[in-house]
Design a protein around this ligand. Structure first.
Ligand SMILES: [Zn+2]
Ligand SMILES: [Zn+2]
Length: 422
């Protein structure tokens, strides 16, 4: 049984240390461009991450069912590359020497949805992403597509992980085990006070989802630019599902029934809502719903005004998929469709994007995909009345999903997460 009331923390030493780690993680992030500062802050964060479980184990006699749930966590840690790295690194830092830190810069040229080229470039660690971009723009870059630049600190012993991501991952696991400890006492929220850093509170996570503040801080370390449009800023806007927003939407569209099973099953329900909204508003934005099983773990309003920014917003969505550990996604939005002309069929490789064509047709689409390889899509063609009003036709199932390109960044990410044991 859990209670909403704030209660004394049953594992205060471990919990306080976890909050220290949260604070220190942000300090580490702030020192990203300062090699000595970064090393120093990492050297204090890693042992503290290690100490959270020590402090918890010290109190094991007092914690209900400890012998039942703790071994499960230990087993999971043994399998986790990250938790193994925390233990080894702590030993190295306190007994032997510094970690072997490498500062690099990952440069990704995304030519289109499928073709992308990754390279690692060397830039001095003190150079900010903006300065790197400035240097690259003047050194001759490909004439189309998007260039993304990501600063990376890596430990030689953990080459596949950027270190803020690695330590955020360890933090999530520790937060979850402390959540379990509080839960064993029936405590939802303990009395440890908030810190001066606004996001550092005593709230704990019942899943391995990364904290939103860590997700946002990590995305600050990358920047994107095109030859034509200059630097592209990433925007993160979730879909407002607050009671007030739902009330406003009920007044406008009538009662909307949100589907509540998994991403594949929900396509039909989301299409019904999308048609109602598109017919009322005359248009429909693009929205993403991320799932862990049947639970929505994040929502995102996707903003883009050309192919480059569209690719970037879906790359950004892939970051969110990793941070929330989503294993399913639903995308709702309008699309342009076009049939290839006879000439284009002849030339095969040349096909102008539908959005740039005069013979384009408008459609409303809802498509979903899961990490285990399932997918579904419904398409409704939009017809316009004399004054532009939208009529959405009866939805049809599509065998060759129109969303297949836009989901490429997420599929790539799932494959990459698999490699890193996530
Ligand atoms: Zn607590
Ligand atoms: Zn934070």
């Amino acid at each position: 049984m859990t209670s909403d009331a704030v209660q004394p923390c049953p594992v205060a030493d471990a919990h306080r240390r976890l909050m220290d780690c949260h604070d220190q993680w942000h300090t580490l992030h702030d020192s990203y461009l300062d090699p000595d500062g970064f090393r120093l802050n990492l050297n204090s964060l890693v042992p503290n991450l290690r100490n959270v479980t020590w402090l918890l184990q010290k109190q094991k006699a007092a914690i209900p069912d400890f012998a039942t749930w703790y071994p499960e966590f230990q087993q999971a840690c043994k399998k986790s590359e990250i938790m193994g790295w925390v233990v080894k690194s702590r030993n190295r830092i306190t007994k032997e020497s510094d970690l072997e830190l490498l500062s690099s810069c990952q440069v990704v040229w995304t030519r289109n949805w499928i073709e992308r080229v990754e390279a690692t470039a060397k830039f001095p660690p003190r150079m900010s992403t903006a300065e790197i971009i400035h240097a690259m723009r003047h050194s001759g870059t490909p004439p189309f597509g998007v260039i993304s630049v990501r600063r990376r600190w890596v430990d030689k012993a953990l080459p596949a992980w950027e270190l803020l991501a690695a330590t955020a991952e360890a933090f999530s696991r520790l937060s979850q085990i402390l959540w379990t400890a509080h839960n064993a006492f029936g405590i939802e929220r303990c009395d440890l006070g908030d810190r001066s850093t606004e996001c550092v509170t005593s709230s704990l996570n019942d899943s391995l989802m990364r904290l939103p503040c860590m997700h946002l801080a990590q995305s600050e370390l990358q920047a994107h630019f095109t030859m034509s449009g200059g630097i592209i800023n990433e925007e993160f806007e979730s879909v407002d599902l607050s009671p007030a927003a739902l009330k406003t939407s009920a007044e406008r569209y009538g009662e909307l029934k949100f589907p509540n099973s998994g991403p594949i099953e929900n396509v039909t329900g989301f299409m019904a809502i999308a048609r109602t909204m598109a017919e009322k508003d005359g248009h429909h934005g693009t929205f993403a719903f991320l799932y862990d099983g049947e639970r929505v773990v994040a929502t995102q309003e996707m903003e883009f005004d050309n192919q480059d920014t569209k690719m970037l917003s879906f790359e950004g969505l892939a970051d969110l998929v990793e941070s929330t550990r989503a294993d399913g996604v639903v995308i709702i939005g309008e699309i342009w469709l076009a049939m290839p002309t006879e000439k284009e069929k002849e030339l095969k490789s040349i096909f102008f994007p539908a959005r740039d064509r005069l013979d384009r047709m408008e459609g409303l689409t809802v498509y979903s995909s899961t990490r285990d390889g399932r997918q579904a899509e419904l398409l409704s063609m939009i017809e316009r009345g004399p004054s532009g009003e939208a009529r959405c036709g009866e939805p049809v199932e599509i065998d060759f999903p129109t969303g297949v390109n836009t989901l490429a960044p997420i599929r790539r990410r799932w494959a990459d997460m698999q490699k890193r044991g996530l």
